[in-house]
Write a protein of this length. Structure first.
Length: 81
C-alpha cells in the first residue's frame, strides 16, 4: 500500500494524499506534513519521501560564482566602484 500524508493547510488538515496527489496539490517546502508512525508535524522538505518534490529549489552557490566582498566593510566591491 502506498504511503499517505496529511497536510496542514490554511488552518485545517487536508488529506490523506499520496505523493502523486501532493505533487498535484502543489505543496510548498514549509507546509506541515504528518505521516503514519510519526509523533509530530514536520516541514515537507524534511520528509525523506517528499524531498524529490523540491528538487527545483536553488542549489547552494559555487564559491567561484559568489560576488567579491570587502571583508572590512562587508560590502560588495561592485557597489563601491
Amino acid at each position: 500500500m502506498e504511503e499517505k500524508f496529511i497536510v496542514y493547510y490554511a488552518g485545517d488538515r487536508k488529506g490523506p494524499f499520496t505523493i502523486k496527489e501532493l505533487k498535484q496539490f502543489k505543496i510548498q517546502r514549509y507546509d506541515l506534513i504528518w505521516q503514519e508512525n510519526t509523533s509530530t508535524w514536520i516541514e515537507a522538505h524534511k520528509v525523506e519521501a517528499l524531498k524529490s518534490l523540491f528538487d527545483d529549489f536553488l542549489p547552494a552557490p559555487r564559491k567561484e560564482n559568489l560576488p567579491e566582498v570587502d571583508k572590512k566593510s562587508n560590502v560588495q566591491q561592485s557597489q563601491c566602484r
